[in-house]
Ligand binder design. Structure first.
Ligand SMILES: [Zn+2]
Length: 94
C-alpha cells in the first residue's frame, strides 16, 4: 500500500471521497488527526483570487472508513484571526 501523502497518483480510496464541510469526517465528525490515511492533491492547486497563496485538496480516510476531502485553506484559522481571538479571550477573562 502506498502511504505517501505526496504520491503523484491518487490512492484508490480517494476516488470515492466526498467533499466535507466543515473540515472533519462527514460520517462521525472525527478530526483529520485520527485519519488512517491522507493524500494531498498538490498537483492541482487553486490560486485564491486576491491572495498570493494557493489551496489544494486534502484527502483523508477516516478511522470509520469514510473517505472525505476538504480544501487546505478550510483547515486552519489564519494567524491574524487566531491572534485576534486570543486577545479577545484574554480581555474576556479580565
Ligand atoms: Zn469518520
Amino acid at each position: 500500500m502506498d502511504m505517501n501523502p505526496f504520491s503523484p497518483t491518487p490512492p484508490d480510496w480517494a476516488e470515492k471521497a466526498t467533499h466535507a464541510v466543515p473540515f472533519c469526517c462527514p460520517t462521525c465528525q472525527a478530526s483529520p488527526q485520527v485519519a488512517t490515511q491522507v493524500w494531498l492533491n498538490r498537483r492541482a492547486p487553486v490560486f485564491l483570487e486576491g491572495f498570493s497563496r494557493r489551496k489544494w485538496q486534502e484527502f483523508y480516510l477516516c478511522e470509520c472508513e469514510t473517505a472525505w476531502w476538504g480544501w487546505s485553506n478550510d483547515r486552519e484559522t489564519p494567524e491574524w484571526l487566531r491572534e485576534r481571538n486570543a486577545r479577545r479571550d484574554a480581555a474576556e477573562n479580565n
